[in-house]
Each structure stands twice: as structure tokens, then as C-alpha cells.
Write a protein that binds this ligand. Sequence first.
Ligand code: FES
Length: 884
Amino acid sequence: MKKITFKVNAVPKEVMVDEKAVLLDVLRKGLHFTGAKQSCDRKGQCGACTVIVNKKAVKSCITKMKDLEGADVITVEGLGTPENPHLIQEAFVLAGAIQCGFCTPGMIMAAKALLDENNNPSVEEIKKAFRRNLCRCTGYNMIINAVQLAGQFLRGETTPDQHRPAKSDPPIGFSHPRPSGYVKACGAAKYTDDFFVEGCLELAAVRSPHFNAKLISIDATDAEKMPGVVGVITAKDIKGNNNVGMLIKDEPIFSTDVLPVLGSPIAAVVALTREQAQAAAKAVKVEYEVLPRIATAAEALAEGAPQIQPDFPNMVYPVVQIKGDAEKALASSAHVVEARFSTPLVHQASLEPESALAYMDGEGEDAQLVVYGRSIWIHYHATLLSEAVGWPNVRYIEPYVGGQFGIKSDITTEGMAAVAALHFKQPVRYVASLEETMVMTTKRHPYDMTVKLGADENGKFTAFLMDFIVENGAHASTGPVILDRSIEMLSGAYDLPTVKANGKLVYTNDVWGGSARGAGPPQANFAVEGAVELMAAKLKMDPCELRIKNLLYPGGTTSTGETVSEWAVRGCFERVKPLYEKACQEAKAAKSNGIRRGVGIAGCSFGIGGGNDTSHMAVELEEDGGITIYGAVADPGEGNDCMLTQIGAHCMNIPMAKIRLVVRDTEGTPDAGIAASSRLTYMGGQALVKAIGMLKEAMKETGARTRSELEKAGKPARYMAGHILTHTGLDKTTGQGQAWASRLHGVQMAEVEVNTETGEVKVIKMINAFDAGTVINPLAFIGQIEGGADQGAGYALREHFVLGKTKDWITYKFPTMATSFPMENILIESPRPDGPVGATGMGEATMVATHPAIANAVFNAIGVMIKDLPITPDKVLTALGKKK
Ligand code: FES
């Protein structure tokens, strides 16, 4: 051990460290500066841990403490506080550069180091300085804007007040800073691994190293004797049903016999420190019978294939859609295109590792099991956990969480942490490594889609047929919902008079799919938009013209046979069409050696508010005339906090400062439903409007303006309302019926450059036109568009998860600031009569049209359509005949 004396934020510190100790761990665990975050298993890959040492930005996770004698360390906490933020922190909040906030402290410290050296950096200089700082949420443009705005503040050219909405600006339609913005910018937001809990034990899991195996025996004798070990738990220590499957009970907390996928959970070691728990987990002896892996749907569906889940068939869920007689219509069509499209298995890539903390509050049978975790549906997950671990009284608290994009629909680390807390009656924390996070979380399902599209002699679509097989992996998770959603939005933006679709969800011995931003339509729309593009080529028609000609219209029917009353996508196409034509001309004129430019376009009509969806919210009048909003509304980064605050202030006609939120705790909140499917603005927002309506009615009736006045008049201060949808969804045998209560629409256009020598595809610009009704907060809205477009570009060009090979942020390649591109956003507002303040939702839609727009642009550039995502350089070269 060695004594190191150094300064943190100008305060002298003295620590004893060993040879291997790194600055990040000393800051976080030793000194409780939790602003710097850990994501990449201490490999220096993500930048979330960036701090400044001796005036240089460093990755603190790979900075050895032994080298820091006398060093001057500045962390994000050393810049400013939420009450008195630094100008760079102001700039990140005011530029909308913060969503989940997990990357933010690292980004801000990288910005500080850059701006200290050069307070007027160019975009290229910013891209270079931030090349190793990853963000999955915001879209990198907003971070670039924030750094440039910070430069303007530092140079004295402008002030934060000039960029803040005025106090007199109304709540709706202005980019009021998010309620959590300054807390996140200043490193004060607590994520699960940031809480210091006295006496908290640490958990490490024992997981199967095989793709498919049978569990024969577990011997923890050696592990139990290791230093710091408190105990080892397995399935036999669980009193509940030991299952956290979302829809189908096929996902045990600890496996008992089948281990259908690499990483299947077997046991957990609980120890005084994480290192001790991890060391002991390696000493647990497990005997396996290794079985052959069923890696593909074809193998799983082959005659005589063994069943992957003992209680469920390999073909776990089918979907069917029949609208008219598509086969007959296709047979008499003047033109037919036929093609096979496929999309890859991808990881949602939230930066925060999976983590949970659990403890018993109270004694004996009345004790409450309290779980801190990363859930986006705390009421439902508390119920699932209660049944799984066999304890009736479970409270779920959601701290800040680092990214979501679907993976937080399911329970992961909370299961083992809850079992351990119940078993050992001590607080237990389980923070998984990134590698482990990648095997325990759901992925975006890979789709294999064979389609036929028919058109008449005028180019009007006549029929669409699609057969699709979805490799589900080893657990069902929300897979059936993903398939349902694929047919519920199958016709996308278009009028398809006849449709026939058959989909199959098939178990395999692979990591399993589940909710993923967009959830189903991103895959299906890739095939639809690809077929439309091929039809345009066949007809020698302009692709944009062909799309406009075939758009659905109010009074027309979707693939589900539902008659629609609005179809705002036409307005989006009208706005983008002249820009598309101009871009096509420019692309034709742009001649350069070895580079071909192309332009692609795709549409998106996205359903919100599914069958029987419900959401409840409550409000309580306070003494100052303000309100507290109660409702379990997760906000993993999309901006639900500002949605509630701005709607609340608008409906009450009071300043936003008088709106308080209680939204992350099952205690005291009604269930607003899952923070997924882009549904919370439409569903939770409408429930809030109704609850406020009830409160205002009581205030009007009594003339009360404050809580005490209302109560004195004999009325309660609290009012709860639900928004309950009564349509029941689709008929399972025909795929017909009302799928959605509301929709948003969009059109995206991509301009790309294809390097014909290397096969590299570079997106040079995107235009995103969206109509989601009233825009509540423009910056938050654009954040969803641009963040989704960056993700969509990753889906189109580089992302692919391979179980056993993808283990970190180098082997999983998602977009970096270096691959970011300029975007132009067109916001069209057609207020929705049934939406809260006229809004619907805008969380996922850019995951639906970005990748087909890019794929179509590549087609336009090279004349060959690549139908199998991602469009890697290899595939481009093969398409160009340069590679066999
Ligand atoms: Fe950057 Fe979420 S805001 S990772």
C-alpha cells in the first residue's frame, strides 16, 4: 500500500492505495465523488469517467493512483452546483445536451479541458476532443451545440439568461430547462451505484459459460470459505415462483435445470466487497451437461428439434394478418416486386451497467422489501418481484437511470438483489459488469422478412404480403408484443388495400429479444420501405412521388382494417419533397473520384395508445397554490419530467416552479404504466389533464385557492384520474381491429456518400420532418428526433450484437461523435383533439424511418440495394462486385 497526497477540487486528500488502484474507484468509493461514472469495465472506452488531472482531461478509470502524488484533480462537482452552475453546465442544460445524464459529467469535463485550451473550437476540433466520449441518448449534435454555446458564454458574447425562456413565456411550446437538468449537469443526480449505504453487501452472480446446457450440480463449499463472503444463494433459497418473465414464465432468477443461453443465472455470492464477491463467484463449482446449441430459427423449427424451453414450444408465438385477398390482388397486379430483407440482433447500449440495491425496511413479517433499480414500470415490476421472491410487501424506488431504449422493460439485477436482501436481511447491491450487462439484457430482435408488393399500371399499390421469422433467443420477454406491434403498424405510412402477413417468434439458444426503441416497426418498416423503393425502381418512378401517390388518407384503412381519421404524414412529405428534389440534383452533380452520393427517403406512421392501455395520475393542491403531481412516470432520459411539469403548469395556469413531482416511487403514486412505446405523453399526460380538471372543478366550486382553503370547504386536496382506452386491439386470427388510439407521423431523408474503394458509407445529412401534434418542449422533442436518428444510423450501418463475442464498447460499435452528421428538423404541429394539450408522443419514431432512408440512399448511390442490415463496407464492396 502506498500513501498518495493529492487535491480534489482544490481540497487536499490523503489516501492509501495499492498498485492497481485507479482514480475513478478512489473518487467514487473512497471519497464519494460519484459524478464521474463507470460504464466500460474500466477499459477507458466510454469517457463517462472523464475528470481533469493537472489541466488535462483523463479517463479516471484507467488512471493509476500511484502516479497521482501531488496531482490536482477536478471533478464535475468542482465546477458548480445546481444552484450555482458553471457556464459549461449551463450550456449543456440550455442546449438540450442532457437526457439520461449518465455520460454528462464526463462530457462536461471533456468540454472544460477543451475550452480551457481553446475557447472557440470548431466542430472538427470538438469531434476530435470528444472522440472517446460516448453518448447513446442525445444525438451528438446537441452536445456539439452545447460546447459551442459554452464557448460563447466563456467569451462573454452572450449569457445564459439570453438563452433561457423568459419568465413570461408560457409553459407549452417553449424549451424550458428540464427539472433534472442542473442536477445531472452538476454530478448531483444519484444513480443506483451512487448511493452510499452503511453495511451494504455486494453481490456477484455465477452464470453459465455455455450456449446450452443442463445444470447438474452446484458446490459452493470453497466459495463460502473465501474472505469476506457472507453466503451463497441459489434457487432453493427462493420462496416465491422464482420467475421474472414479463409475459411468459420462462425466465427464472436462478435456473434449476435448463440453462438455455450463455449467461443463464445459477447462483449468487454475497460478500463484504464487490471484489470479494466476484472472486468467490469464480470459486463456485458447477457441473454441467453441455448440450448442442440451437442457434437459428431453422434449426429450432426442424423436425425433431429439442425443445429449448421445457414448458413452451420452440415456435412460441405466431401472428397473422389478413386484409382482403392479397394473393388474388397480387396475381392480377401489373407490377410485382419480391425481396428478402433482414435486420440484425442489436444491443440497446444504455451506458449505465445494470444495477440494483435492495434492503429490508422493518422487522419480521411486516418488513418491507425496498428495491432501488432501473425499472421503467415500477408498479408492475414490484408485483413481479413480490411473486418471484415470495414477499408480499415490496416497494420499488427508481433513482436516476443511465439510458433505457427498451431494456428496462424487464427485470434484471433486481431479482437477485431482492432475493439476497430477503435472505441475509442486510442491504445488498448488485452492479453488473458491462460484459455481464450485455448478456442479461434484452436485445432488438433480428427479423428475416420475405415480402411481395404489387402495384397497378399507374403505380398504385394493390397488395402486400410478408412472411417473417423472428429469432427470439432463450426467453420470451416482451417478444409476443413486438410481433403484435409489427403487424399493428405494418402498412406504415401507406395505403395497402390488401395485406397478408404471417410472423413466427422462435426460441433459440441465444441472447433474447425484447422491447427496443420502436419495438417491431423498425424491423417491419425496413422491409416495407425497401419494397416501395424497389417498386419505384421497377416503375422508373421518383421514389418520393411513388410514396406520396400511395399514402394513406383520412377515411382510408391501415393493414389492420382500421379507418383512420387523421393521416398527417402527407404534410411531412410535402415539406420534405422540395428538399429531396434539391438533394437529388446535388447528388447527381457531385462527381468525385471513388465517392458516390445518394439520397434516400422513408416514411413513418407510428401508433400510440394500444388496446386496453391505462394510465393513472394524481394531483394534490399545496398551500402556495401549487400542485404536487403523483404518478409512477419513469424518465430515463426522454423528458417525461418536463412533459408533466409543463402540462401541469399550463393546465393550472401557475408558474412551473410551483409544480412538484413525485414520480419514482411505488409508495404514494398511482400506476401510470410503462415508460415505453412512446405512450407516456399521450396516456400519462391525459390522465394528468383529467386529474387537474377534477381539482380545478373543486376549487371553482368552493372558491378555494390553497390546500387549507379547499380542505376547510370540505373537499379533499388530492384527485386521481385515469386515462383508460376501451379499444381491445386486434383479432388474433385475422390481425384486424383497432390497434391504436393515436399516431405520430414523420418523413426522413438521408444523404450519404459511399466510398467505392473502401465500401464505407458516410451519412452527410439527414432531414427529419415530424408531426406529433402540439410540441410541448421543442428542445426535448428535437432531442428525441436526433438521438433516435443517431441510433438509427448505427442500426443501418454498424451495429450487430454477437453473443460470446460482443463484450464491450469496442466490440459493440455504436455511433460516436466522429460519425455524427448535421440534421435539419422540421416540426409540424397538427394538434390532436384527444391528446393532452394536443400532443401525442415522440420517443421512438426516428428508429422507424432512419435506417430505411439510409439504405435507400445507399441504393440510390450505388444502384444495388443492400437488404441485410447493417450495411457494412464488406457488403457494399460485395454489392459493387469488388469482393466475392
Ligand atoms: Fe448521454 Fe444518456 S445522455 S448517455
